[in-house]
Write a protein that binds this ligand. Structure first.
Ligand SMILES: [Zn+2]
Length: 328
C-alpha cells in the first residue's frame, strides 16, 4: 500500500455511527454521521456502516484507502473482528462478525478495536501521550474506559479489555454495574453516576439549584448540568462532582501504583480540560499515591477531544492492515 493512502474510521456508538476519512497526514478530510439505530438489529447497522464508507469514498475518489478501523463499545476478538459482549448497545451483538462483514461489503481490510482503546491509540500516536513509553489513558463518559501503554505499545489483552479500571470494585456492596458486579469504579465516577446522585438529592429535597433545572424534570438532568451548577458555586453540585472525580482519582492511584506511568491522560465528555471533575480526579490521584514519586507523573487532559475515537479507529484500520494485528 502506498504511503499516500488514507484510512477510514468508524465509531460505533449507542446513539450515532460516526465515520471519518483521514488523509495520509492523518487529517480528517470528510465526515459522515448517521443514527446507529441499534434497535433495528446488527445487520441494519452493518448496512449503514457500508453505506457510510461508500459515501466517504465517493467524496474523495482519488484517495486510496489503506484500511477501515471500527471502534466498538465493548469486547472484540481483534484477530477475527468478531464482537463479544457490547452491553451498552441496543440489539444482540455477541458473536457478530463485524470485521468480516464490512470487509466483504467494501473490499477493504478491516480492523475492529474496543472504542476506549481507539481513543487511547489516537492520544498515544498523536495526542496528549504522544511519545510516552508508559502511559495510562482514561475516557469518562457513559462509562469509564481506557487503556495502558507499556514499552511504547498499547496493551490489548483478552477480548481487547486490558486496562479496564472502570471495573475495579471500589464498593463491594455498591450499585450494580453493567458488568454484573457491585460497586465498580464506573458506578461511582461515570456520567450516569453523577446524574443518579443529582437526581437522588433533588428527590430527597436537598437545597440545590439543581431542583430548578428543566422545570424540575429530573429525567432531563445531565452530567454537564451538574458541572455547570457546580461551577456557579452550588454546594451540593460541587460535592457531587468532587466525589465522582475523587472516585476516579482513587482508581487512578491504584493504576499508577501498578504501572508507574510517565503520563496519565484523562478525556471524555465528563472530564473536559480545566473541569472541576478533572481537577478533583488529579488531586485525589496525587494525594493517594505514596510509593511512586508523583511529581514525575504528568496528569494531562486529552488533546483530541470529540474526534479521538474515530481518529483512533482509522489509525487502527491503517496499522492493522499494514502490520497485522499481532505485531502492533
Ligand atoms: Zn463493572
Amino acid at each position: 500500500m502506498t504511503d499516500r493512502a488514507g484510512a477510514i474510521g468508524i465509531d460505533l456508538g449507542g446513539t450515532n455511527l460516526k465515520m471519518a476519512l483521514l488523509d495520509a497526514e492523518r487529517r480528517i478530510v470528510r465526515r459522515e454521521v448517521v443514527p446507529t439505530g441499534g434497535a433495528d438489529g446488527h445487520d441494519a447497522v452493518l448496512r449503514r456502516m457500508a453505506a457510510g464508507v461508500a459515501t466517504l469514498r465517493e467524496a474523495e475518489p482519488s484517495l486510496a484507502i489503506a484500511g477501515i478501523g471500527i471502534g466498538v463499545p465493548g469486547e472484540v476478538e481483534m484477530a477475527t473482528g468478531v464482537t463479544g459482549d457490547l452491553p451498552n448497545l441496543p440489539g444482540r451483538w455477541i458473536d457478530v462478525p463485524v470485521g468480516p462483514a464490512i470487509a466483504a461489503a467494501t473490499g477493504l481490510p478491516v480492523g475492529v478495536i474496543n472504542d476506549a482503546k481507539a481513543f487511547a491509540l489516537a492520544e498515544h500516536r498523536m495526542g496528549a501521550a504522544a511519545g510516552a513509553d508508559t502511559a495510562l489513558l482514561r475516557t469518562v463518559g457513559t462509562g469509564v474506559g481506557g487503556a495502558v501503554v507499556a514499552y511504547g505499545r498499547l496493551l490489548y489483552g483478552v477480548g481487547a479489555m486490558a486496562g479496564e479500571i472502570g471495573h475495579l470494585v471500589m464498593q463491594p456492596e455498591g450499585p450494580r454495574c453493567t458488568c454484573g458486579n457491585l460497586g465498580c469504579l464506573e458506578t461511582l465516577a461515570s456520567g450516569p453516576a453523577i446524574v443518579a446522585e443529582a437526581v437522588r438529592r433533588v428527590v430527597q429535597g436537598h437545597t440545590t439549584a439543581l431542583t430548578r433545572l428543566h422545570d424540575g424534570d429530573t429525567s432531563r438532568l445531565t452530567a454537564a448540568d451538574v458541572a455547570n451548577v457546580a461551577d456557579e458555586g452550588d454546594a451540593a453540585a460541587i460535592d457531587i462532582v468532587d466525589r465522582a472525580g475523587g472516585w476516579l482519582g482513587m482508581g487512578l492511584a491504584g493504576a499508577i501504583a501498578l504501572l508507574a506511568p510517565e503520563v496519565v491522560v484523562i478525556g471524555g465528555g465528563v472530564a473536559p480540560e480545566g473541569s472541576r471533575y478533572l481537577n478533583a480526579a488529579a488531586a485525589t490521584a496525587r494525594s493517594h499515591t505514596g510509593v511512586i514519586d508523583i511529581e514525575r507523573v504528568a496528569i494531562r487532559p486529552a488533546a483530541l477531544g470529540y474526534d479521538a475515537g474515530v481518529i483512533g479507529a482509522a489509525l487502527w484500520g491503517r496499522e492493522s492492515a499494514e502490520t497485522g494485528v499481532d505485531r502492533v
